[in-house]
Design a protein around this ligand. Structure first.
Ligand code: ATP
Ligand code: SF4
Ligand code: MG
Length: 352
């Protein structure tokens, strides 16, 4: 690597001309607690390109859901975005900073441009209206003149897309299985043909066979329709199977980012290696599972240096003194003193 390497997110995204769908810069999210603000996401830089699947993995409490709800502006108090921008480039027109929009300005973008699939379908679907009525609500938000017959036809089409018989539009959520409800949420998320679908553990609540079925459908639909996906889970092996690129979160920060292949074959950060060993790919040869010793950090009392240091087998003196920056290393980017930046660029760092 030369000393003139451009570390800007656009450069790291590959083509300097490519306008990303979403460009997150320096995002920070605080929970305002009675004991003061707790920073659950810090310095997050992330690029989402059109039509890619980007996975976000990390143990419980690493900040994955906090990041997703901030990205989609669905966060509720006590969470507040404390810093950063989320630049969204719509298919037509000028880019907008989602972090700076009012709820009124955001409304036309919801479902139409960006939609979200949460872990618990039961909590997201309205228990007292039929599935058909819920599709009608979403479709009419963006197309108020759509007739009942047209919304019914479109709802049936969307349900078929996720492998659910069209006559289910007359069902109530409680009359469906967990897997069917989850697939219904995915169909709803796709109703207005969004550019970006954000998924927070969309298959955690269903059994393994249904999970596989739903994942296959997500990948097939993504290939067919071309939307981008940000997919969150703690299960790294699952992400390696479905993602183009993967970001690893620890203590509210991205500590490694790279292609799925790089994360699988040559993870740079000791935490990523630990996650990979804790969730080996289904297709890999059988071997003993090793968890990551220790517990996730307390966000109210993060160490001055590397947050992973208390659990790291490679800890060095510098790890306790300096927080490692996210910098290019090998084929990806990592925040770890095992991968120091070349001297000339030690003062800056960004991941894409
Ligand atoms: P999981 O895998 O369990 O879903 P996650 O990676 O999605 O975890 P988050 O739910 O984003 O993690 O939580 C990140 C941190 O923010 C945690 O330390 C959590 O305790 C804290 N947090 C979440 N919600 C609140 C809240 N309402 N008030 C204060 N802190 C919160
Ligand atoms: Fe381990 Fe140091 Fe790297 Fe942190 S910076 S992961 S403590 S080697
Ligand atoms: Mg979560």
């Amino acid at each position: 690597m030369s000393n003139t390497l451009d570390l800007s997110p656009a450069a790291y995204a590959g083509s300097p001309d490519a306008v990303p769908l979403l460009q997150v810069n320096g995002l920070a999210v605080d929970y305002l607690t009675t004991e003061g603000p707790v920073r659950a996401c810090a310095d997050v830089d992330l690029t989402v390109r059109r039509g890619e699947i980007i996975g976000i993995a990390g143990e419980s409490a690493s900040g994955k859901s906090t990041l997703l709800t901030a990205l989609t502006r669905l966060q509720r108090p006590p969470a507040v975005t404390a810093a950063g921008s989320i630049i969204y480039q719509p298919p037509e027109g000028a880019p907008v900073d989602l972090a700076a929009l009012t709820e009124r300005q955001l409304s036309p973008l919801r479902w139409q441009d960006i939609s979200i699939v949460m872990q618990s379908a039961m909590a997201c679907l309205n228990p007292v209206t039929t599935i058909g009525a819920q599709f009608r609500d979403v479709l009419r938000r963006h197309n108020p003149g759509m007739s009942k017959a047209a919304t019914t036809e479109r709802a049936a089409q969307l349900l078929r897309l996720v492998g659910i018989p069209a006559d289910r539009i007359r069902s109530y959520p409680h009359q469906m299985s967990g897997g069917m409800r989850q697939r219904t949420l995915i169909a709803l998320a796709l109703a207005c043909e969004p550019e970006l679908v954000v998924m927070d553990e969309p298959t955690t609540a269903v059994d393994v066979v249904t999970q596989r079925h739903i994942l296959d459908q997500i990948i097939r639909l993504q290939e067919q329709l071309g939307f981008a996906v940000v997919f969150v889970t703690h299960d790294l092996s699952l992400l390696i199977e479905i993602s183009d690129r993967i970001a690893i979160m620890y203590g509210g920060r991205i500590v490694e980012l790279g292609s799925a292949q790089q994360i699988f074959e040559s993870p740079l950060h000791p935490y990523t290696r630990g996650l990979r060993n804790a969730y080996p790919p289904l297709t890999a040869p059988l071997r003993r599972l090793t968890g990551i010793p220790g517990t996730p950090p307390d966000l109210r009392a993060l160490p001055a240096g590397c947050a992973f240091a208390p659990r790291c087998a490679h800890r060095m003196d510098v790890c306790d003194l300096e927080r490692p920056k996210l910098l290019p290393a090998g084929d990806g980017v990592a925040a770890c003193h095992l991968h120091p930046a070349p001297a000339a660029m030690s003062s800056t760092g960004e991941g894409s």
